[in-house]
Write a protein that binds this ligand. Structure first.
Ligand code: ADP
Length: 613
């Protein structure tokens, strides 16, 4: 289960890692896209710069031709010594320069000597300077339009020169040149984040929004170009030091330029250039390219964060789902297990139940068998007893009967002999014998159990008292005392008067028998009540009973007494009698010696007076 969860989370994390890796790999491509966007976005800046420059070039381009047509100029060239004329030309050029926004306008004679200039009044005036080395002069003198960019040798200002021939009729008598400075452009360029540089055909940066780049180049200059620059005194030779720059093409429109400054810091740019063909220039817009890299990194970082977030959410969601599934599964399996256990338990219970039923049936069968056996035994015992009793009875009866027979015979003989006194004496003896026979019969009847007799409330005390009276002679003969609790005068129990009395006679008689060898035989009679029952205890101080004896006490014909003395029926009969009353009879050894028999009987309500009568 955990494996599955880990597996799913691993998959998500792996996916996120792969995507992140891909993003990192995509970084350069992303940078390219942003660079391209950047270049396209900044392209209008380049266009503006180019158009500003070409606009100015076009505007000033026509001026030398127009100014050169002024007649005073040719005249002054013809007669440079005419001071008034020269002064007039000077003023005129000064005014014109002021009016059209040119830096300088100056008039050069065919030898290259400047004879008049708008800046005549300045300390560093062009007047008297020779510009024969400048290409614009030579070109103009040849009848073409001269144009040239250079650092002014006099002014020290960078400027663009246009020159046109001054004609007197068809003859070229001199050259009129104008110069405009480019500082204003650079000032305008400095405002943006972009750098703008203008390279001439030799590759020298002559305009730049960063002044320190003036006269530098992006690569080394060729020896020819250097020689040409030296010849025309175009730029100060000592400042022509190439920048530490590398260039690599980016695409058809852009290239990448990195410039290492003197202090070692590196600046990277996206460069795009445009040629101004009439001037032979290339205007190059340098856009700092770090922002594209920064944007690319930013995009990757944000995407990565988003990915991580998505991964995290997915992880959490999946984990929740898996947990839920796990719980459901656990609950299901627990339920299954429970059901299984219930089924098992039920099966076990059923088996146990079956076993119990079986056992109960076996017990019942055993009990029935036992009872049957017991009944049979009793029956057999009864028969045996009957036999024994018959023998005993015939023995008991035969003697008095034989005596009665001989007394009767004697009486007859005495009657024949006419001895009435003797006859009376024998008849009296017969009477005694019959009394004795009757007594035996009564005694026997008392022991006879009469089942089916009804159970009714009887007085416990009366049964006890009668039993004691019956046993009086035996007790006296044995010298036995009886101790009795202070019994309540009237305790009604369920039973039959004579049968209950018989039970107590039995118990008391056994107690007396058990103490035959004791010097001071005592029977304790006690009684206590417990709810709906009463316990009557008969305790003797005899030798008690062995365990084997206790086990067989209530068996019919179990006796330890000598033959003729006991029949082993007393306790058995008593047991059954008490059971008929709904009570119990128990025998045990008393802890302080001797045997104790207890009869437990159900308490009964006293019957109404009429019924008791
Ligand atoms: P019997 O008295 O004819 O032997 P019982 O059924 O009354 O028959 O008694 C059975 C046996 O129980 C006696 O033989 C005797 O061993 C034992 N017994 C009964 N009462 C006592 C007693 N109080 N003390 C010792 N043994 C007793």
């Amino acid at each position: 289960m955990h494996g599955k969860r880990h597996w799913a989370i691993g998959l998500i994390l792996g996916g996120v890692a792969v995507l992140l890796g891909t993003l990192v790999l995509l970084l350069p491509a992303l940078e390219r896209v942003y660079l391209d966007q950047l270049g396209k976005r900044e392209a209008p800046t380049l266009t503006l710069a180019v158009e500003g420059l070409t606009g100015s070039l076009r505007r000033f381009e026509a001026l030398p031709g127009l100014i050169a047509e002024r007649p005073d100029l040719a005249r002054a060239l013809r007669d440079p010594s005419d001071q008034a004329l020269i002064r007039r030309v000077n003023d005129d050029l000064d005014r014109t320069a002021e009016g059209v926004g040119l830096s300088d306008i100056f008039l050069i004679d065919p030898t290259g000597l400047t004879i008049a200039a708008s800046n005549h009044w300045k300390e560093l005036s062009f007047v008297g300077q020779n510009f024969a080395y400048r290409p614009y002069f030579t070109l103009a003198l040849a009848g073409a339009q001269g144009r040239f960019f250079a650092l002014g040798t006099t002014s020290g200002e960078r400027g663009y020169f246009f020159a046109e021939a001054v004609r007197d009729g068809a003859e070229i008598v001199g050259v009129l040149a104008v110069k405009f400075t480019v500082d204003a452009f650079e000032d305008a360029w400095r405002n943006g984040a972009n750098k703008i540089i203008v390279l001439d055909d030799a590759g020298v940066i002559f305009m730049a929004s960063r002044p320190e780049w003036h006269f530098r180049s992006l690569g080394p200059l060729s020896p020819d170009a250097l020689a040409a620059i030296e010849d025309t005194k175009k730029y100060p030779m000592d400042q022509l030091v190439p920048l530490q720059a590398t260039q690599e093409p980016f695409d058809a429109r852009f290239r990448k330029v990195s410039i290492t400054n003197d202090d070692g810091s590196v600046e990277r740019y996206l460069a795009q250039g445009r040629l101004i063909p009439e001037a032979g220039w290339e205007v190059v817009l340098l856009t700092p390219s770090e922002q594209a890299w920064t944007r690319a990194i930013g995009t990757v970082a944000i995407t990565a964060l988003l990915l991580l977030l998505v991964g995290l959410i997915a992880t959490v969601v999946i984990q929740r789902r898996l947990q839920l599934q796990e719980r459901i599964r656990a609950a299901l399996s627990m339920q299954e297990e429970l059901e299984l256990r219930v089924t098992q338990r039920t099966a076990e219970l059923e088996t146990a139940n079956r076993l119990i039923t079986q056992e109960v049936e076996e017990r019942r069968a055993a009990e029935t068998l036992l009872r049957q056996t017991q009944t049979e035994l009793i029956q057999a015992g009864k028969l045996a007893a009957l036999g024994q009793m018959a023998a005993a009875l015939s023995h008991e009866f035969n003697q008095p009967l034989a005596a009665v027979k001989s007394f009767a015979r004697n009486a007859g003989a005495y009657l024949d002999r006419g001895e009435p006194d003797k006859v009376r004496q024998n008849v009296g003896m017969i009477d005694d014998m019959v009394d004795r026979l009757a007594a035996i019969s009564t005694h026997l009847r008392n022991f006879a159990r009469r089942p089916g007799e009804k159970t009714e409330p009887v007085l416990l005390n009366r049964a006890l008292d009668t039993a004691l009276v019956i046993l009086e002679p035996k007790m006296r003969g044995a010298g036995c005392r009886v101790t009795r609790d202070d019994l309540l005068p009237e305790i009604w129990v369920m039973g039959g008067q004579v049968r209950l009395q018989q039970v107590f006679v039995n118990l008391l008689s056994n107690a007396v028998d058990a103490m035959a060898d004791q010097p001071d035989p005592v029977v304790d009679l006690s009684l206590d009540m417990d709810g709906s029952r009463v316990h009557v205890r008969v305790r003797d101080r005899g030798t008690g009973m062995t365990d084997a004896e206790i086990a067989q006490l209530f068996d019919p014909f179990f006796t330890t007494k000598e033959p003729g003395k006991g029949m082993g029926l007393g306790l058995s009969i008593s047991y059954n009698i008490v059971r008929d009353f709904g009570g119990t009879l128990e025998g045990r050894n008393h802890p302080e010696g001797g045997a104790e028999f207890s009869v437990t009987l159900k308490l009964a309500e006293a019957p109404s007076l009429a019924a008791a009568e």
